[in-house]
Every structure is written in structure tokens, then in C-alpha cells.
Write a protein that binds this ligand. Structure first.
Ligand code: FRU
Length: 488
């Protein structure tokens, strides 16, 4: 109650002067309260549904609900009423949703079925480690209202304290549902014919990938390639990311409906930046694999500057498998649906000896895309800045073969010592040319380099919009092409 009153008191002020100014323009944020992982993302009858980890009563993580939003294009979202509330089995942790086209569950043809983790804070206190179980709920009105299954949980806890985040897919060849579940330090696979009774099929990953932290939020994706079907297992890990804190790794391999195998050596990362975590893909989207992540990091998520709402999602990203020097790599690019919100803007360019200036970008109001291309692979720094000295640098260091985003002078960076200042990412492409797309929104920078082969996502908190861009480059003989697009 107290928190509601506080909300009501600070709301008008924050709208006028505060955080509303920095609310992202084309990234999803909750109207109020706390948000973390995207959940149950699904496409049905022309609409995209996003559910999300939500504490509606506070701006820090707390009793988890599933919030809900709907979009026609994955860019503009309309928040709906809360979908799932905590119950006697616990709060509602991350999970997924499916369309039950053949009524395998008996809940109804084309019903939406949500599969999620119940986390019991009471049982957790006992120290038994049995506090996480898997449950289901169904909706017969496209997600407006939900009925929890009377026989929950559908998977009880076998004695694993981190036992959560079920992602369910339909596997046509075996006519079965497959669940991938994060189970402490590996992914456990389950099969079911009806979404209610589940059999354990196997495990993956105890000796593969990054194990610095706990494994969370898995997803299993199928890709068609010219070498046949390939499968990708996505696994978030916290901590253990390349730039510290939370990050998402992936494994490329084969899946037979029961077991996943991968010969991959080393760890591959979906995004090297500090702020793309717990990403999973939309269900029921035909052959498209589209992922959205939570744009934050558990190392500082609860302390980022906020008044009435906290955290946003990444842009929806189309994932593709690309072969580079005999190795498959996962690339991510903003979905094509973003294009209809983009408008090319001409910004005056002044070439100097070893830098280029673009002034008067204030009209872009920190809601734009900058595309950059050079004919040779050489060092550069793209500096987004404003008159009060706030800046963000996106660059490339050819000696180290690394991209980077430096947010050390981006505004408020002092709220938590773990808010890392510069994030680095290896260049994966071997192309002789270099091109990148940078999406800027009110408090995020997303870099997609070399057609999305290297991605870096970083959030920032500044007072004023950037009003100019300077590109530092030693060799302006190198043909440098820069374009600006206003978004929205
Ligand atoms: C990942 C995560 C999940 C869990 C949820 C709780 O960010 O820790 O493993 O289900 O957040 O909010």
C-alpha cells in the first residue's frame, strides 16, 4: 500500500522532469514497476505476445508475476493486464508458451498453454532445495485470461535447487513436445505427448561452455542450412559473461527429438555487451527465429537509475546461421519490421584531416540508427556526444581485432561499481570490408557489426540527448559511408 501511495506521489513529477524523458522510444518497457526476462513470447493470429518477469508493485525485483504486452510487429507494444499471479505453489518465474494446435492437452484446440516455473519462497527458506517446480496454465481467449492447471506442478523437483525456465517446442518427427530446462549446471531435456506428463530424456552441457555461474533460460532452435538441419541451444549464464556479469552463450549441434549433441569447442556468445540477458525466441513463428533479451545485467539491474519503472528489452533480433571459415556462427540483426519506423535523414558532414563531424543531430532525439561502412578494416571511433560532455564511443581496434562500446562518460555511471565502463567484442567476420549498424535509443546502444556476426548491447543513463557525432579515423582516403535514420 505504502509503495502505491509513493508511486502516486512521484508519478506526475517523474513524468514531467524525470525518467519519462529517458523512456525508450522503440524498445519495450513496462508502464510501471520492475521487469526482467521476456517470457512466453509467441505469435498467434497476426499478433505477437510478450510476457515478462514483472514485479508490478515495486521497481526492484520481488514477487514475480507474468506481465503481458501485445504487438503487431514486435516494435510497438501495448501493455495488457497481468497474465499470471503468484499462487499457493509460489511466484511465477520464467517460462514459455505454445499454441496447442492439435489439442494434445485437452484444454481446447488452439489454446495457448504457458509452461513456467513456480518458485516457492517458503520452501526455499527450509533449505531443502525443492523450491522450484514446473507448472502450466492455459488460455482460451488468446492470453487475456489464464486458468492454472488443477494438477500442477507437472514436474516436481528432483532435488536440484536451480531447476527452472522451461522452454517448450513441438517436435514434428516424433510428434512430441520437447522441454529444455535449466538445471543448475546443465540443460535437461524432457518429452511429453500432452504437456502434462513429462519424461526425462537426457542432459547436456555439464562439461561444455561457460560454468562460472548458474545456467538459466535455455532455448532450442532449428535452422535449415544448405548442409541440412542444424540446432542451436541457447543458455544464459550468470555470472560468467565475457564482459562480466550476465550473458548468453550458445551451442551449435544436432537434436534427435530427445538428446542434443554438440562438438563445439570453446564458448560462443550471442551478444558480447553487458546488457542482453535471458533472451529467448518467439514460438509459432514458422521458420523465423526471433529473439528478444532483457537489456540489463544482474550485476547492477536493481540499482540502475529509475523512478517508476525499471528495465527494457533489446530490439527483436532475427537469428541466422552463417558459415565463417568452416565454422557455423549465429548472427543477429534487428527484425525487418523495424524498417517501417525508419526514415533516412540527411545530416551535414564535414570532413577534417582525421575526423568527420556531424553536427545538429539533436533532431534525432536519441532515437535513430547510424550505419557505418568502410572499404578497409581500419581503426575508428564513433563518438556520440552532447554539450554537457556526455558521450558514448563505439569503435574498432584493429590490433586487437575488437569492437568496443565505451560508456564511461555517458552520464550517470556511478550507481553501482559493477556497471562496467567499456565492453569489448572480438570481430568474428573475416571480410576485407567492414560495416555496422548502431541503434541508439534513449538509454541503449546496440551494435550489430558485420551483418550481425558481432553484437554488443549497452545501456546508459544521460541527462541530455546527443547533439553531434564525431568519427575519428586516421585515413579518410578509406571510403567511409555514414547514414542516419530517425526511428519513429
Ligand atoms: C533469469 C532468472 C530466471 C528466473 C527469473 C526470475 O534472469 O534468474 O532464471 O526464472 O530470472 O525472475
Amino acid at each position: 500500500m505504502r509503495i502505491y501511495i509513493l508511486f502516486l506521489l512521484i508519478l506526475p513529477f517523474s513524468i514531467l522532469f524525470g525518467q519519462e524523458q529517458s523512456r525508450p522510444n522503440y524498445h519495450f518497457t513496462p508502464k510501471s514497476g520492475w521487469m526482467n526476462d521476456p517470457n512466453g513470447m509467441i505469435y498467434k493470429d497476426g499478433k505477437f505476445h510478450l510476457f515478462f518477469q514483472h514485479n508490478p508493485n515495486d521497481i526492484v525485483w520481488g514477487p514475480m508475476h507474468w506481465g503481458h504486452a501485445i504487438s503487431k510487429d514486435m516494435i510497438v507494444w501495448e501493455e495488457q493486464k497481468i497474465a499470471l499471479y503468484p499462487d499457493s505453489l509460489g511466484t511465477i518465474y520464467s517460462g514459455s508458451a505454445v499454441v496447442d494446435k492439435n489439442n494434445t492437452s485437452g484444454f481446447g484446440k488452439n489454446s495457448l498453454v504457458a509452461i513456467y516455473t513456480n518458485h516457492s519462497h517458503e520452501i526455499e527458506k527450509t533449505g531443502s532445495g525443492l523450491h522450484e517446480t514446473q507448472s502450466i496454465a492455459y488460455s482460451l481467449d488468446d492470453g487475456k485470461s489464464w486458468i492454472k492447471y488443477s494438477d500442477n506442478p507437472v514436474i516436481s523437483n528432483p532435488g536440484i535447487k536451480d531447476f527452472r525456465d522451461p522452454k517448450v517446442i513441438w517436435h514434428e518427427p516424433t510428434a512430441s513436445w520437447v522441454m529444455v530446462l535449466a538445471t543448475l549446471d546443465c540443460i535437461t531435456f524432457y518429452n511429453s505427448k500432452d504437456l502434462k506428463k513429462w519424461q526425462k530424456a537426457g542432459e547436456f552441457g555439464k562439461n561444455q561452455g561457460s560454468h562460472e555461474g548458474v545456467w538459466e533460460c535455455p532455448d532450442l532452435l532449428k535452422f535449415k542450412t544448405d548442409e541440412g538441419e542444424k540446432w542451436v541451444l541457447i543458455v544464459s549464464v550468470n555470472p560468467g559473461a565475457p564482459n562480466t556479469g550476465s550473458g548468453t552463450q550458445y551451442f551449435i549441434g544436432d537434436f534427435d527429438g530427445h538428446m542434443f549433441k554438440s562438438n563445439q569447442k570453446g564458448t560462443k556468445w550471442l551478444d558480447y555487451g553487458p546488457d542482453n540477458y535471458a533472451g529467448v525466441t518467439f514460438s509459432n513463428l514458422n521458420d523465423r527465429n526471433v529473439l528478444m533479451g532483457w537489456m540489463s545485467n544482474w550485476s547492477y539491474a536493481n540499482q540502475v537509475p529509475a523512478t517508476t519503472w525499471r528495465s527494457g528489452n533489446t530490439i527483436a533480433r532475427e537469428l541466422k546461421l552463417v558459415k565463417i571459415e568452416n565454422q557455423w556462427e549465429l548472427s543477429s540483426l534487428p527484425v525487418k519490421e523495424l524498417n517501417k519506423y525508419k526514415r533516412k535523414v540527411k545530416i551535414d558532414r564535414q570532413n577534417h584531416d582525421n575526423f568527420i563531424d556531424f553536427d545538429r543531430i539533436s533532431e534525432l532525439k536519441n532515437s535513430f540508427e547510424l550505419s557505418f561502412a568502410q572499404e578497409n578494416v581500419e581503426d575508428f571511433q564513433i563518438i556520440f556526444k552532447n554539450k554537457v560532455g556526455e558521450k558514448i564511443i563505439v569503435g574498432y581496434d584493429s590490433k586487437k581485432k575488437q569492437y568496443f562500446i565505451d560508456r564511461s562518460n555517458s552520464g550517470n555511471v556511478e550507481f553501482n561499481k559493477n556497471f562496467i565502463k567499456t565492453a569489448y567484442a572480438a570481430r568474428i567476420s573475416n571480410s576485407k570490408q567492414m560495416s555496422l549498424r548502431i541503434l541508439i535509443d534513449k538509454n541503449s546502444v546496440e551494435l550489430f557489426a558485420d551483418n550481425g556476426l558481432t553484437c554488443l548491447s549497452s545501456i546508459y543513463f544521460n541527462e541530455n540527448a546527443f547533439d553531434s557525432v564525431q568519427i575519428i579515423h586516421k585515413n579518410l582516403q578509406n571510403n567511409i559511408d555514414v547514414k542516419f535514420y530517425k526511428i519513429m
